[in-house]
Design a protein around this ligand. Structure first.
Ligand code: PMP
Length: 409
């Protein structure tokens, strides 16, 4: 029952001595110190005709695959009274077969672990190998969730260096690892938001440096985030896990498989790593519906990888089109392209707004002077190129509100 001075539906004031009606917000809660003042992940989900801001695959799943998902999910539904296979053995076996076929290195079910998106894979890795009193390093600008998940797991975050051209300078990165001796090293290749790939030699140098820096405490984990690797001109770094038990390759079905809504990420590593992450995974974390859907998608791998080829061609067309218009473009091995340069943070934000005025949503990742566009369908990419062509004309009046500064997705 409501007290006499509390209108139904309002939150009663629970702090003794605080006048009724005093606003109550996140800062009034006993939130952990490392989360105070931080922003949640939040790429704008605006309802505009062309959305090229979150590196999704623009192609809906083909109808025969939708049918197959329906069949598999119907079967799974008949057993929903039971918990799902806790170890997702069938799914991990199929993911291992996919990696073996496409990644240049044979792996088995014992090398593979799956979770709800590679974000959850990363979270499980940090829960296992990071945590209070430990640190993780990433070379920024890079995928902002590495740092955010580090904070969420109580892991200290170190922002490592990247060169002017957005590549990782091997000597500078090795020096940063030697200085900070992190417990976990993130290498994103191809990198988000820059699109740049990291050569195997650099990853090997970072791996050696990380092991040397933490030799007294059993070494360090190196996580190679290959969320976009299917779009790369080069090969996967999967073969590097051989003989390196502290190297983990993380993957996702959100991009190449066109299944961002599915939430399925996975890793490949030494079997000891797969054993270790099971210490922190929630029991039955991967629902029967998720497992059934992912298995159906894996049956259609060849068709889905055909879309990837089209997207690679479109990505290269975006690069050429932007360059022809006089923009600078960072070399891209991903399904997106970083382009500029605009006049600092204000310039890129203004350009972002003017492109949005033309009905095209791209990403302002907070890298001053640069924006990122995801490769869409040919028609979407044409709309984007038309919009940026107009950036060469004098600015029109603002028609959309300015969103808060955001991080890379
Ligand atoms: N890693 C990188 C580099 C990413 O850009 C993303 C998504 N934007 C992820 C991981 C997470 O993807 P998901 O959780 O959808 O697998």
């Amino acid at each position: 029952m409501s007290s006499p001075d509390t209108a139904p539906g309002t939150v009663p004031d629970i702090s003794p001595g605080t006048p009724p009606g005093t606003p109550f917000g996140i800062d009034d809660l006993p939130v952990r110190d490392e989360l105070r003042g931080k922003s949640p992940y939040g790429a704008p989900q605006l309802d505009v005709p062309v959305r090229l801001n979150t590196n999704e695959n623009p192609y809906p799943l083909p109808e025969p695959l939708v049918e197959r998902i329906t069949e598999r999910v119907r079967e799974a539904a008949r057993r929903l009274n039971r918990y799902p296979d806790r170890d997702a053995v069938e799914l991990r076996t199929e993911l291992a077969a996919y990696l073996t076929k496409t990644g240049g290195h044979a792996v088995g079910v014992e090398n593979v672990w799956a979770a709800n998106g590679s974000n959850e894979v990363i979270q499980q890795l940090l829960q296992t190998f990071g945590g209070p009193g430990r640190t993780a390093i990433g070379f920024e600008p890079s995928y902002s969730m590495h740092g955010l998940i580090a904070r969420g797991t109580g892991t200290g975050w170190i922002s490592g260096p990247r060169g002017e051209d957005f590549t990782i300078d091997r000597a500078a990165a090795v020096a940063a690892i030697a200085e900070h001796a992190p417990d976990v090293v993130f290498v994103t290749t191809p990198n988000n938001p820059t699109g740049t790939a990291v050569p195997a030699g650099t990853v090997l140098a970072l791996y050696e440096a990380a092991q040397a820096a933490r030799s007294a405490t059993g070494g360090a984990m190196v996580v190679v985030d290959e969320a976009y690797v299917e779009f790369s001109h080069g090969e996967s770094l999967l073969p590097l896990i051989e003989g390196r038990p502290r190297l983990v390759v993380s993957r996702t079905m959100s991009k190449a498989f066109g299944a961002a809504g599915l939430r399925l990420g996975y890793l490949a590593a030494h079997p000891a790593v797969v054993d270790a992450v099971q210490l922190v995974r929630l029991p039955y974390h991967l629902s029967a519906v998720t497992q059934a859907t992912a298995l159906a998608a894996l049956e259609h791998t060849d068709t889905l990888l055909g879309y990837v080829e089209q997207l690679k061609t479109e990505r290269d067309r975006l690069v050429a089109g932007l360059r022809a218009l006089g923009f600078e473009v960072t070399e891209s091995d991903a399904n997106f392209v970083q382009f500029g340069r605009f006049d600092g943070a204000a310039g890129s934000h203004e350009a972002w707004r003017r492109i949005l005025d033309r009905g095209v949503l791209v990403r302002d990742n907070g890298v001053p002077g640069w924006l990122r566009v995801t490769a869409g369908t040919p028609a979407e990419n044409d709309a984007f190129l038309d919009a940026v062509r107009e950036l060469r004309t004098p600015p029109a009046a603002a028609t959309v509100p300015t969103p808060p500064k955001e991080q890379s997705a």
